[in-house]
Write a protein that binds this ligand. Structure first.
Ligand SMILES: Nc1ncnc2c1ncn2[C@@H]1O[C@H](COP(=O)(O)OP(=O)(O)OP(=O)(O)O)[C@@H](O)[C@H]1O
Ligand SMILES: [Mg+2]
Length: 333
């Protein structure tokens, strides 16, 4: 469905948008491809086939379901396609608090890989995560998780999809009134019909995985920051997710505990596999665990590539950011 530009978007100057007339034309082309202003399809034959023209008119939700996930499409949005993506963020824009926090983010997370999304504070990393898990929806663009368009899913399917994504929130987000054991048992009790004996086995396995087996009766307030992160990780893994997302797992930890947590993330990934997305502004963590690295700045992915490609990049912003240098396009603004 074509979305008209918002009035305040029209009024924004090129400078605000960080773009000139050429960029406007590109944006327009991207929108047209995402939300084609076609007349309603009547039948596949009349339209000459194609994803938007499947059979009789099935309503706007169906018509919007243009298959926008080919490698060609990704390249069209200015990003590099990856093999076997678990998550695709396609031309996503989101306006919050009067500005475009995400301003055309295109990113693919390769499956069975640890992807690190690096970006300065306040640049939209947590907002991007909320889009992937369907807590926020794009104003423009789409999010495809394991082939499903998150913005188009009916609520029951969205909830089902969320259960397949393990999430470690920025502050661990444990339930303060529950013991460690009950915190990790919670998603299993909530979303499965496993017996308490089966749940006990899974909870103890996960607690052993993260080195907290001896602490199952403690409450979150009795744990250190690092232990809380590990407990949050154990809970994120409880449902055996095939996508795990970490929001700043290293925030508030000292360098040694950060290094240990990175080792744990690598070990769990080696054991259980899946697509991991680690969002951080810590370059040392990115270096330790990042197999694929994307840099988010001012609402856009500046560059994404393998760790080797990124650390060898000659893009001025990427170089400055990865070297933690004061010299370059990134200032205090
Ligand atoms: N619900 C909201 N309403 C209005 N503005 C919001 C909302 N959520 C986030 N923002 C704004 O969006 C911007 C990006 O926020 P976000 O939390 O994604 O940053 P971040 O990159 O995760 O930063 P940090 O590294 O500090 O965690 C911020 O300027 C924030 O104020
Ligand atoms: Mg954040």
């Amino acid at each position: 469905m074509w979305r008209p530009k918002m009035a305040d978007e029209e009024q924004m100057s090129d400078r605000d948008r960080g773009a000139g007339a050429d960029q406007e034309a590109v944006d327009e082309a991207v929108r047209e491809r995402l939300y084609p202003r076609q007349p309603q399809p009547v039948s596949g034959a009349e339209q000459g086939g194609g994803a938007a023209a499947k059979g009789p008119d099935t309503g706007p939700r169906e018509r919007r379901g243009v298959a926008f996930q080919t490698q060609e499409d990704i390249a069209f949005l200015g990003a590099k396609p990856v093999d076997n993506p678990a998550v695709q963020v396609l031309g996503v824009r989101k306006r919050l608090g009067g500005r475009w926090v995400l301003d055309g983010v295109t990113l693919e997370l390769p499956d069975d890989t640890i992807t690190v999304v690096l970006g300065p504070s306040g640049t939209g990393k947590s907002v991007l995560i909320k889009h992937i898990i369907g807590l926020m929806f794009p104003d423009e663009g789409r999010i495809i998780v394991r082939g499903k368009d998150v913005g188009q899913l009916p609520l029951p399917e969205l909830l089902e999809l969320r259960q397949r994504i393990g999430m470690l929130f920025q502050d661990g987000a444990l339930f303060g009134s529950m013991s460690l054991y009950d915190n990790i048992a919670f998603p299993l009790r909530q979303h499965t019909d496993r017996s308490e004996a089966e749940i006990a086995q899974i909870v103890r396995e996960r607690l052993t995985d993260v080195g907290l087996a001896r602490y199952e009766d403690l409450y979150p307030s009795e744990l250190s920051g690092g232990m809380r992160k590990r407990a949050g990780f154990a809970r994120a893994l409880a449902m055996e997710p095939d996508i795990v997302i970490f929001d700043e797992p290293d925030s508030g930890l000292d360098p040694v505990r950060t290094a240990l947590l990175c080792e744990l993330i690598k070990r769990m990934h080696a054991t259980y596999g899946g697509a991991y997305m680690v969002v951080t502004h810590d370059i040392a963590s990115a270096r330790r665990i990042g197999e694929y690295i994307a840099i988010l700045w001012r609402g856009k992915i500046v560059q994404a590539g393998t760790a080797e490609e990124m650390f060898a990049s000659d893009h001025p912003f990427v170089r400055q950011f990865l070297r933690g240098s004061a010299r370059g396009p990134l200032g205090m603004d």
